[in-house]
Design a binder for this molecule. Structure first.
Ligand code: CP3
Length: 351
């Protein structure tokens, strides 16, 4: 198997940096858009055969180093007895804002949580037959709560922040339930065959350092502790959270995925060589075309040494991204190894 990603997450040397792309199984792919003409997003998620097909689309087109299972962060939420619609982001018709609403949530068993996603994982594992590792994922408790409390993705999630201030105990109970949900869901994914997992805590950045440390960090710590027992490495992603980096990187994740606002050289410098970092090209750079993408990718590779670095974007790839930009990014990452081996080959000739 191409185990560049897994070896990097274990802190081992690799012949080159691994590369995968957040939201790689999505709307920038013409073959995905073609399938979406025939099926809604919900239909794709509900059919493991189709979800597996979408998971493999980017792997069949590009030499990426991991497949991420096609699902949504809200996929496990229906197991709480909550109906989620997509327009195009997640929409909850009756947002949760009271103690009674939180206590009315179902407490599902592991088997009841997103069984179609687990079936998708099993199909993907079989079809890949070891070509690349499969990444599972879940939403972080705060990011899942963001949609449940706010009702939909809204800039800075004011209703969520209001609940955090006004009814911190209600929020805490919700975060505890979501942590339990994500823990069981990831356990199911690992039992179905995923090789590593990522926690998308996308909206953590809307809180101050002190509120995040008090209200959210303990739940993430619990989730990471539970994942730690599963025997697969875990990457933690946070977005627009530069102010939380010092706190974030004390958590027990194996890898830390940061967005494009973060200076990677500075972060590597301040954390030392041991921590595994993932990121962080600005997804918008890919819209500017292959030359701009290559330049930015080369700069990124110069900014931090290869060991302990997983190349990725700083957030999900944008729907308008040209295929040529993805190819350019891959070309830069792959050419690094050729340069390394040329250097060692010519060094060998001199001996
Ligand atoms: O890499 C992959 O594409 C794997 C599948 C994946 C989806 N959503 C499929 C999807 C993953 C990893 C996600 C995570 C996700 N979903 C996050 C965390 C990462 C991030 O981007 O911050 C969040 C916040 C969501 C919530 C969500 N779901 C939004 C905001 C949207 C709409 C707009 C968008 O970004 O695409 C969705 C719908 C969704 N999830 C689509 C896909 C492919 C689009 C559905 C479509 O119209 O075809």
């Amino acid at each position: 198997m191409n185990d560049l990603l897994l070896r990097t997450l274990r802190g081992q040397d690799t012949e080159r940096r691994p590369l995968w792309i957040m939201r790689q199984a999505g709307r920038y792919l013409p073959e995905y858009r073609a399938l979406r003409e025939r099926f809604s997003f919900e239909e794709l998620c509900a059919r493991p055969d189709l979800a597996a097909e979408v998971t493999l689309m980017p792997i069949n087109r590009f030499p990426l180093d991991a497949a991420i299972v096609f699902a949504d962060i809200m996929s496990p939420i229906s197991a709480l007895g909550i109906n989620v619609e997509f327009a195009p982001g997640p929409v909850i018709n009756k947002p949760l804002r009271s103690k009674a609403a939180v206590q009315a949530l179902s407490i599902p068993t592991q088997d009841e949580i997103a069984p179609t996603v687990l079936e998708t994982v099993r199909l993907v594992k079989k079809e890949l037959s070891g070509r690349v590792p499969v990444l599972g994922f879940t939403g972080g408790p705060w990011t899942l709560a963001a949609y449940l409390v706010q009702g939909r993705g809204v800039r800075d999630f004011p209703a969520l922040r209001a609940l955090a201030i006004d009814k911190p105990r209600v929020l805490t109970e919700l975060l505890e339930r979501l942590t339990a949900l994500s823990s069981s869901y990831l356990k199911g994914q690992v039992e179905s065959g995923v090789d590593a997992v990522q926690i998308f805590e996308t909206w953590s950045g809307v809180l101050s350092v002190s509120d995040w440390s008090l209200l959210v960090k303990p739940h993430l710590e619990n989730l990471l502790e539970n994942v730690g027992q599963l025997g697969v490495p875990c990457i933690l992603f946070m977005q627009n959270a530069t102010h939380l980096l010092a706190e974030m990187t004390t958590l027990s994740a194996d890898g830390f995925s940061v967005d494009w606002r973060v200076d990677m050289a500075e972060l590597r410098q301040s954390l030392g060589p041991q921590k595994i970092l993932q990121g962080n090209l600005d997804p918008a750079i890919l819209l500017a075309g292959p030359e701009s993408t290559s330049r930015a990718a080369r700069r990124l590779l110069q900014d931090i040494p290869p060991v302990g670095h997983i190349v990725n974007l700083g957030h999900g790839i944008l729907p308008q991204t040209p295929m040529e930009s993805v190819e350019a990014l891959i070309g830069v990452v792959h050419s690094e190894v050729q340069e390394c081996s040329r250097t060692s080959a010519s060094a060998g000739e001199e001996v």
